[in-house]
Structure formats: structure tokens, C-alpha cells
Ligand binder design. Structure first.
Ligand SMILES: NC(=O)C1=CN([C@@H]2O[C@H](COP(=O)(O)OP(=O)(O)OC[C@H]3O[C@@H](n4cnc5c(N)ncnc54)[C@H](O)[C@@H]3O)[C@@H](O)[C@H]2O)C=CC1
Ligand SMILES: O=C([O-])CC(=O)C(=O)O
Length: 349
């Protein structure tokens, strides 16, 4: 579904607003009711931000695209704005323009913050990124408290709880509207599985649950479709490669950052799913790190059904293999402490 979607995004990239209307009418929207949707990208001049801005510009569900960063966004916005697709693009730079960037946003995507270098864990980014995310979420609480927030900045296992605490402290928290973006884990699990199973990757589906760091990333290959006959050893190797996917890219980039292009793709897939949910498209399901009661942990990544208010339903894990059950128990202490670290940060700063 994802590869098909990107193909269709790319195909749609050449369409004009009249073609956008055809697109909408073929999906049940009358041309009069094409929903206006504003998307803001915070960190839009960065390694993820730039290609993500491009992909959001290609999405016909977006009518306004606000590109915000501490600097550099006028150039990115001028560049992207020349693409002949539906959305109107504006760039915003610096604290004083954050309000304008956010006001009226339906979705705020946050890839702001520093990336890893070789030898670092995602948690090593906490010191810098926790403060960045906190201040951006304070602005969201003020200027667009009803927006869906797609949190990309690492460590996601802590930045999502930080956002929740900020929103609670401002009296605007709605757990249905806050998402940690874990789509890249799903993208990787599909790619790696299809490679090993010699399957057509376009048809592969596999949920990835837990969190977004090391062992907290738990792909559920026992639930993959279509099912291939892989050995236990193969499944273990695929699980490890999915868990270490981010590190594989960090090491290959050798000091020049972490995944940006595959992350932009994953972020665009997830934002598109949120837009479809907001627009009332039925049965939109993606994995995401959200407030959850499906385990004893207060936040957990699993499949969620998206709708007009954000999360409509957090889906249960379903049957797990013994190996996955062990992985689930093993990830809980680390995920719990990352969540607690995020919560404590907001109360101590
Ligand atoms: N959730 C996921 O699966 C993934 C998350 N990431 C994370 O995404 C984040 C961004 O990564 P890259 O784009 O590669 O980094 P980058 O350094 O290339 O870009 C980050 C951008 O954020 C901007 N920024 C910093 N403080 C800001 C603020 N207060 N307001 C607005 N913008 C601000 C910077 O100016 C820069 O343009 C990192 O924390 C990285 O670990 C990366 C890959 C996957
Ligand atoms: O590994 C990193 O630091 C960036 C990331 O989250 C990923 O690529 O999954």
C-alpha cells in the first residue's frame, strides 16, 4: 500500500488544482467540499525537513504548507513553492514568526532537533532535543491546540511524553491528537522482509510495535502478510536489522547525520494517513507511538485507526510468537524509563 501510495503521490505531483478536484471527486468529495488543510513543518530547513516539505507539497490533500525553522526557510519555501501543485507555501523563520506558521494548522510535523552521530544512542540527543520539543509544543498549545502533532524528533520514546506533559500543563491535551512517528520502522521491516522472502515489497505488511529505539522497536513478523517460510534464525536477523536500521544509516553516513530521505518518505506516509483520517476516509490504519492502555506502559506503538479526531482506536497487539513475547517483556524496562525521563523533564524545567 505504501509503495503504491508513493507512486500515486509522485504521479499526483504533476497535477494542477483542476486535477486535484478530479482526485477528490473520485474519492467521494464534491469539488465544493474539497477540505482545506494546513500542514506546518517545524525544522523544515533540515535534512528531513527539506525532502519532507517537498513530499508534502506533492500531496493534494494539503492546501497550505507552512515551513518553519530557526533559519533557512525562506529559501526552502521559495524553492518548493514553484512546484505546480495545489498547496500555497510560506516560509517562516525565527521565534517571532512561529505564531503565523502555526495558526490554523490541522497537522504539525516536528523534525526539529539534532540527529545522531556514530557511537551515540537516540537517548544521547535528549539533552538538546527535549528543550527544543518542549518550546515548540508550548507554541502549539498556544497557537493551534487542536492540531494533530506528528513527532519525529528523537528520542521519540521521550519526546512524545514531553509533548503530552506540555499540553497537559496548558490544559489542551487530547491524547487522540499526539503521535510519535514510527513509520520508518514499518518501512524498514517491510523492505528487509521482502528482500529476505523474495516477495514483492509493495504487497508486504508487517506491524512494528513498542517504541522507537533499539530493542524497544519490535517488528511482529509472525503477523506479516503475505507469509513466507522463513526460519527462526532469519526472523531473528530481520528483527535485529529492523531494530538497528537507524544505526545502519548513521554509520554509513559517518558523522553526517541519520536517516533523512527514508524518514521524509515515512513522515509523508504518516501525515497523509492523518489527513485522510481527518477527511473522513474510513479504515486508515498505521502504526504509531501513542498514549495507550494495551500494555501497562502509558505510551506504546501499535496499529492505530485514524479518524476525524486523530486516534479513533488503538488496536490490540494480536497473537505474538514466543520470540515476540520475550521481546515485548524485554523492551518494557527501557521504554518505561524513557517515558518517565520525558515526563520528569517537563516537571523539572
Ligand atoms: N522518528 C524517526 O523515525 C526519526 C527521527 N529522526 C530525528 O529527526 C530529527 C531531525 O533530524 P535531521 O533532519 O536529520 O536533523 P538536521 O540537523 O538536519 O535538521 C534539524 C533541523 O531542525 C532545526 N531546528 C533546531 N531547533 C529548532 C527549533 N527550535 N525550531 C525549529 N527548528 C529547529 C535546525 O535548524 C535544522 O534545520 C533528529 O532528532 C533525528 O534524530 C531522524 C530519523 C528518523
Ligand atoms: O537512528 C537515528 O538516530 C534516526 C532514527 O530514529 C532512525 O533512523 O530510525
Amino acid at each position: 500500500m505504501k509503495v503504491a501510495m508513493l507512486r500515486s503521490v509522485v504521479r499526483r505531483s504533476t497535477i494542477s488544482s483542476s486535477a486535484a478536484k478530479t482526485y477528490f471527486s473520485s474519492r467521494g468529495f464534491s469539488s465544493e467540499s474539497v477540505p482545506e488543510r494546513k500542514v506546518a513543518v517545524l525544522g523544515a530547513a533540515g535534512g528531513i525537513g527539506q525532502p519532507l516539505s517537498l513530499l508534502m507539497k506533492l500531496n493534494p490533500l494539503v492546501s497550505k504548507l507552512a515551513l518553519y525553522d530557526i533559519a533557512g526557510t525562506p529559501g526552502v519555501a521559495a524553492d518548493v513553492s514553484h512546484i505546480n501543485t495545489r498547496s500555497e507555501v510560506k516560509g517562516y523563520a525565527g521565534d517571532e514568526q512561529l505564531r503565523q506558521a502555526l495558526e490554523g494548522s490541522d497537522i504539525v510535523i516536528i523534525p526539529a532537533g539534532v540527529p545522531r552521530k556514530p557511537g551515540m544512542t537516540r537517548d544521547d540527543l535528549f539533552k538538546i532535543n527535549a528543550g527544543i520539543v518542549k518550546s515548540l509544543c508550548e507554541a502549539i498549545a498556544k497557537y493551534c491546540p487542536n492540531a494533530l502533532v506528528n513527532m519525529i524528533s528523537n528520542p521519540v520514546n521521550s519526546t512524545v511524553p514531553i509533548a503530552a506533559e506540555v499540553f497537559k500543563s496548558r490544559g489542551v491535551y487530547d491524547e487522540r491528537r499526539l503521535f510519535g512517528v514510527t513509520t520508518l520502522d514499518v518501512v524498514r521491516a517491510k523492505t528487509f522482509y521482502a528482500g529476505k522472502a523474495n516477495a514483492n515489497v509493495a504487497g508486504v505488511n508487517v506491524p512494528v510495535v513498542g517504541g522507537h529505539a533499539g530493542v524497544t522497536i519490535l517488528p511482529l513478523f509472525s503477523q506479516v502478510s503475505p507469509k513466507a517460510n522463513l526460519s527462526d534464525e532469519d526472523i531473528k536477523a530481520l528483527t535485529k536489522r529492523t531494530q538497528d536500521g537507524g544505526t545502519e544509516v548513521v554509520e554509513a553516513k559517518a558523522g553526517k547525520g541519520s536517516a533523512t530521505l527514508s524518514m521524509a518518505y515515512a513522515g509523508a506516509i504518516f501525515a497523509d494517513a492523518c489527513l485522510k483520517g481527518l477527511n473522513g476516509v474510513p479504515d486508515v490504519v498505521e502504526c504509531s507511538f501513542v498514549q495507550s492502555t494495551i500494555t501497562e506502559l502509558p505510551f506504546f506503538a501499535s496499529k492505530v485507526r485514524l479518524g476525524k479526531n486523530g486516534v479513533e482506536e488503538v488496536l490490540r497487539l494480536g497473537p505474538l510468537s514466543d520470540y515476540e513475547q520475550q521481546g515485548l517483556e524485554a523492551l518494557k524496562p527501557e521504554l518505561k524509563s524513557s517515558i518517565e525521563k520525558g515526563i520528569a523533564f517537563v516537571h523539572s524545567s
